[in-house]
Design a protein around this ligand. Sequence first.
Ligand code: NAI
Ligand SMILES: NCC(=O)COP(=O)(O)O
Length: 319
Amino acid sequence: MKPVILTCGEPAGIGPEVAARAWAALCDAIPMVWLGDPRHLPAGTPHRIVESIAQAEGIQTGALPVLPYPFAGNAIAGHPDMANAAGVIAVIARAVELVTSGAASAICTAPIHKKALKDGANFAYPGHTEYLSALAGGVDVVMMLASEQLRVVPATIHIALSQVPAALTPALLRRTIEITHTGLQNQFGIPSPRIAISGLNPHAGEGGSMGQEEVAWIASLVRDMQSEGYTLQGPLPADTMFHAAARARYDAAIAMYHDQALIPIKTLDFDRGVNVTLGLPFIRTSPDHGTAFDIAGTGAANPTSMIEAIRMAHRMSGS
Ligand SMILES: NC(=O)C1=CN([C@@H]2O[C@H](COP(=O)(O)OP(=O)(O)OC[C@H]3O[C@@H](n4cnc5c(N)ncnc54)[C@H](O)[C@@H]3O)[C@@H](O)[C@H]2O)C=CC1
Ligand SMILES: NCC(=O)COP(=O)(O)O
């Protein structure tokens, strides 16, 4: 079995500690290798330095295999060191090389602090999702957050709310539906996915009295794609499409912007949600939470989302 690569993420956040705890929970079942600076692991984490992924085979239990990537700075919990930003970015790129070469089965990324990367290394991307798309050659991707209770996709991702109406185009929504449909089939094993599409405006525009996008093009795009064979419903009012009975009617919901999609799943299932990028030529998952500087280093971080993310990466890779 090829290992899942765990990227270190922001060293000052909870990434290293939830990775160490996830490894302790899963090491009997799932091979994994942590990629980062071993100085950034929580003190006392049993680990073994390896020079290659192949060398990690056979030392799964007892010590976390670590493929070292030296960083410029130390990690002080809750206080990102700008000198580490370049290392955080380089580790993600290295992980992509390892999974693309076939040495690893999948990537599970620990959270990054987007502003620290921008300030420290002029990182040009607002998140992993966009960076991974670029590293994979500019392929179209979607960000899905998934748990047992709900799968959601924001059609626009890390942009200001004021930019959403212009960014949200028929071509983008069509591509988002296509990638979500294929991802549900291939990564989640759902042969005939049912997808719900939200409106952009309150009450899905209320027939044009609260916004025009639904009547202008979202409803007709949904109808066109229904006639092409997609099982779609919508545009639905976003405020009433996430209660239990509504969720039972679809396999994934596509919302029009970040918070419309992520608030319901983080409210329902913050501890177990997994972020998965669909459309990449390799498997990438991540916990749903961020760097949590307020609790980093205190031992309060719950590793369940990281555990679920590693499980999902391993399952999707078919290893
Ligand atoms: N995949 C990624 O790289 C992600 C990165 N982020 C980044 O993380 C940074 C901080 O984002 P926030 O919005 O503050 O979200 P956050 O998820 O880091 O923290 C929000 C709240 O949830 C708590 N929390 C988070 N994870 C937890 C865990 N595992 N156990 C217990 N409590 C937990 C935190 O203590 C905090 O009170 C930002 O820079 C953001 O962009 C956020 C989400 C995903
Ligand atoms: N709120 C989710 C999030 O920001 C995840 O972004 P990414 O780093 O996975 O692109």
